[in-house]
Design a protein around this ligand. Structure first.
Ligand code: SF4
Length: 612
């Protein structure tokens, strides 16, 4: 009799709290697809297993368990956005079906931590690194009357005898032996079962990364050599994704554009298909090549995408710099992407007139409050760029996760609720006052760096709040012209004005301090809860509603901080600029206009307030 097998890869999605009823979009379970399709090529597996279902949504736990039919094997694909919940599911399954084999795999399984396996005794086997061949071997062994998994390479066996790590399994030589789960139709049932969900496709044209950044578990630590899929298969997948009218296609290569000719050809195909079908509507790239611009196809790829998509759908390319500070880059092993090369990359973006976002991570070892603030000067001086800040997360299989590394750089880590992908509701700052209404099963947790040898915990929070100040008052041009004017008059960096503003806010009792303090205390509970780019919409709206107090606060700041530095004429002009904003609907319009540019979903809320 065939064994009942379930795959589980809970999607990162918005608004899945409370189950499917609220889910608008979701990722298709790509990893589950490739694992199963590869295994299913084996006749023995085909004859001995039946894939009963693939669990994708963060439905209530009982609903998931109720759907199971005597499971013999359940395999979980674990990522930072689903591991906590999937462990809860796995534990319950083991309680209900003690003979069910629980297999886990994926980058978020802490393969070096014995304690983790002891704490999760319901997990039988962890697949280490590239999973297709190992998963196949585990399933084959499971057919035997008395399986002996200890002879399978590439696994961690977690049973009553303890923890056994078997020898490493080599990487696959040829990726093209893995059937494409798109082209085999693996996802059709899921799409049919949930016709109202906008599905996102994960698409890979190669695997591996030649770099070895300390915060990442993707590159040198596991798959240094980059291996490619056949180009025609990649093109057929794009055609399929468009044909199925999938909403988005995430290009998930670590260094897209690294194979100049091939990657440009793939994007040309994507663009041709998009022009014909209108799908996928979005095709963001997770990681562009970090090799020197002349050697890669990034600029050409971005040009093709920019010309094909309407302006409001063109994702801003992200340049993952992480820090401008050379010592910090050395500490995180990104000095092989030398500062010169980073400058080249950024200059290249500017030359090609591509607005772009620069990614930074805080706190990295070596970074200080002052170096973080100094990094911002770059963005503020370059209108074509914007900063995107991420908390420093400790991925368990990255160098950040190693005890020696943490000791060397005096890294302090805190396990925090991680909900970046879980619910749009969580961008509401008040969510943490009503956390109880969400059951634990709906939260994910991650280890976040809260202190390093170079930055205290309080300064890390100060950096986050500096980011909030910039987002609210510069990028929404609320105070942009005033701050620029002062910076020009005094010939000082723009960030110096914002730094002084932060000091003023911290020591004042005005309306800005009120908002700042509230957010600061919440940020302390989880950096991830507060996407500052979304957060600012609520705060700007708040200042808009209380504009008399807001401008009073701004005027007091300017008087306190700059009355003695600006000459009379300059000071009078600055105060007049503030008055002109408050006396007219200028302020109102500015914010509304900018919100339209920055986030369509906020527009209706602002309009309700009667903005002209
Ligand atoms: S961060 Fe990017 S470049 Fe660095 S190792 Fe990871 S995938 Fe490679």
């Amino acid at each position: 009799m065939s064994k009942n097998l379930y795959m589980c890869q809970i999607t990162p999605a918005d608004e899945t709290i409370g189950g499917m009823s609220k889910c608008e979009w979701a990722f298709l379970p790509y990893t589950a697809g490739v694992l199963w399709e590869y295994a299913y090529c084996n006749e023995l597996i085909k004859n001995n297993y039946i894939l009963k279902d693939t669990i994708v949504f963060r439905d209530p736990l009982n609903g998931i368990l109720d759907k199971l039919d005597q499971p013999d094997v359940v395999a979980f694909c674990c990522y930072v956005w689903n591991t906590s919940f999937q462990c809860i599911i796995a534990k319950k399954i083991k309680e209900l079906y003690p003979n069910c084999l629980i297999i886990v795999g994926g980058p978020h399984i802490p393969i070096k931590q014995d304690e983790w396996f002891k704490d999760h005794p319901y997990i039988d086997i962890a697949v280490v690194n590239e999973g297709e061949e190992i998963f196949e071997n585990v399933l084959l062994e499971g057919i035997n009357d008395i399986p002996d998994y200890s002879k399978i390479d590439g696994i961690i066996l977690n049973d009553t005898n303890g923890i056994l790590r078997t020898p490493k399994h080599p990487r696959m030589k040829d990726l093209d032996v893995i059937p494409s789960p798109y082209l085999t139709g693996f996802f059709e049932k899921i799409m049919k079962d949930y016709p109202d969900v906008k599905f996102h496709a994960t698409w890979e044209s190669n695997r591996g990364c030649p770099f070895r950044c300390s915060f990442c578990d993707w590159g040198g630590l596991t798959y240094q050599k980059v291996k490619i899929f056949d180009i025609n298969r990649c093109k057929d997948e794009i055609t399929y994704i468009a044909d199925k009218k999938m909403f988005a296609m995430w290009i998930s290569d670590a260094n897209f554009g690294i194979f100049k000719k091939r990657d440009v050809e793939l994007v040309q195909h994507l663009v041709d298909v998009y022009k014909k079908e209108g799908y996928p509507e979005f095709f963001p790239t997770l990681g562009y090549a970090k090799t020197p611009p002349k050697r890669n196809g990034v600029a050409e790829i971005q040009r093709l995408i920019r010309e094909a998509l309407p302006d409001n759908k063109t994702p801003s390319p992200r340049v993952a710099i992480q820090s401008f500070d050379h010592d910090t880059l050395t500490n995180i092993r990104r000095d092989n992407l030398s500062i010169t090369d980073l400058d080249l990359i950024v200059n290249n973006q500017k030359q090609n007139d591509v607005p772009f976002e620069v990614e930074l991570i805080i706190p990295l070892p070596g970074m200080t409050y002052n170096s973080f603030v100094a990094d911002w000067e770059y963005f503020l001086q370059n209108d074509s760029s914007d900063g995107m800040i991420y908390p420093a997360m400790v991925l368990p299989n990255s160098e950040f996760g190693a005890a020696e590394y943490q000791k060397k750089y005096k890294i302090k880590v805190r396990n925090m609720p991680y909900n970046y992908f879980v619910s749009k509701d969580f961008s509401d700052r008040r969510i943490y006052t009503s956390l109880d209404k969400y059951k634990n099963e709906h939260l994910e947790y991650a280890d976040i760096i809260v202190e390093t040898f170079s930055m205290s915990e309080s300064n890390v929070i100060k950096c986050w709040m500096f980011y909030w100040i910039i987002e609210c008052f510069w990028y929404h041009i609320v105070l942009k012209d005033i701050v620029s004017y002062i910076s020009k008059c005094l010939n000082i960096p723009i960030v110096e004005v914002f730094k002084k503003m932060q000091t003023y806010i911290l020591n004042s009792y005005g309306i800005i301090n009120e908002r700042y303090s509230e957010l600061e205390s919440l940020v302390n509970k989880s950096y991830f809860a507060y996407d500052m780019k979304s957060q600012k919409f609520q705060d700007i709206k708040f200042f808009q509603e209380h504009h008399e107090f807001f401008f009073h606060d701004v005027t007091t700041f300017i008087s306190d901080a700059y009355k003695n530095d600006l000459n009379d004429e300059q000071f009078t002009e600055t105060i007049e600029m503030i008055k002109r904003k408050d006396d007219s609907d200028f302020y109102y319009r500015d914010v509304t206009q900018n919100i339209v540019d920055g986030g369509e979903w906020m527009k209706s809320e602002i309009e309700l307030e009667g903005a002209p």
